[in-house]
Design a binder for this molecule. Sequence first.
Ligand code: C2E
Ligand code: CA
Ligand code: CA
Length: 447
Amino acid sequence: MSATDDELTGLHNRRNLFLTLRRQITYVNEKKSSLALLVADIDGLAAMNNAYGFEFGDKVLQHVALQLQQVARAHDFVARIGDDRFAIILPGIMNKGHAELAAQKLLRLLHLPFESNKARVKVGVTIGVALCPSHATHGDTLLRMAEQALVSAREAGEHLLFAPDANQNADRTEFWDLEIELAGAQQRGELAMHYQPKVDCATLKPIGAEALMRWNSRSRGLVPADLFIPVAERTGQIKALTLWAMNTALRQAGKWKHAFGKLSVAVNVPADLVVAHDLPELVQNALNLWHSDRVQLALEITERSLVVAPEVSFKVLSHIRDMGVKVSIDDFGTGYSCLAYFKNIPADELKIDKSFVTGLLEDPASAEITQLIIYMAHRFGMSVVAEGVENEPTLRALQERQCDVVQGYLVGKPMSNEAFQMWLDAAGGVRPEVPKDMFPPDLRLDI
Ligand code: C2E
Ligand code: CA
Ligand code: CA
């Protein structure tokens, strides 16, 4: 330990942080690179000192110091710069998103409660971040801006804020920004599963629901699935999201109250996961956790999953079906399938793509394709779901063509779990011959 160290935590002290910051900023200015300065304050340390004594407070400080060291990479510089205040210099970061990742990692590490013989507490921190050169090119200004951001975060009740940009909106729409925000979405409780009813085409009795993910971002509002799912796929976050979706759907479906016997809940699984060898194991784990005799798990996979690496996907899907899980081919007919392998498809259900269903009444080709898919599916023991059914004439056309299941705005839009429970309640007193009564208009809304 040297004179520039903090005795309690073994970290550098404020003076040493200043010296290092000046040196590093000179380097950044010369090399035209960038760095971030992150300042973190422990929430309520004084209260913890009062409640459990200073010895406990010291242990909390050491605990936070340890988590900061875990966040730090080899060249990062960690210091304690005040009673309950820490700072970390992150040299060579490429953009704001990298600094945010570091901050989120710290928040994640501190999510677990800290425990000593005195008490068990959740240690919260508030973080302010400033970047060099975009916010400031002098050490003291940069520190002041990071500390100011921290104060603003505290006032706004946020855990993390950046110093304000000269042009605040300049980079909000960039891809990495969405990617970074998505990385913390689940942890921040911004994700939810919504459910869209699937009903028997002839009797209109509920047979289950498709689970669709919703991201209600605090900063962006509701982000469409078509926008964030592809980002999750490109960045590899889709695996964690799919597992979360599957577990959430099984957990919630297990609690649905209804008199329809066994209801299916269908989770969308992207191609990359279908060709991954651990999919059956992950599905089995979820089933072990949430098993219910009244829930039938189904996986909706796209045709693309079958053609990318058929040797692998056919094997994985057969394994999954052996576990009692149904496999459904989504967006069927959109271009990849080949009639030759039709009879070998390891699936229980085909979902005719919306585009054919929408065109069913006006476009003779769509009508013929729909008819053909239904015929072929039945011929090989599969059932058929029509998705995107928006009006009654389309429903009647599908009934005439012996379609098995329908899904679409006519029956119900995707809705929150609570709204889906209400929808089931309303469908409980079904009079199947009068479909309009079955679906109260307010429950058709996307809640
Ligand atoms: P998808 O799997 O084909 O889901 C059906 C989409 O059609 C949903 O859009 C649904 O809201 C919409 N839809 C349902 N009925 C109708 C209708 O009558 N008319 C019209 N015009 N649209 C209807 P959503 O929820 O925006 O999802 C879009 C796509 O995002 C999904 O297409 C799926 O590919 C993906 N997605 C959504 N949730 C998840 C998820 O949890 N995991 C994965 N991997 N992908 C998901
Ligand atoms: Ca789907
Ligand atoms: Ca679909």
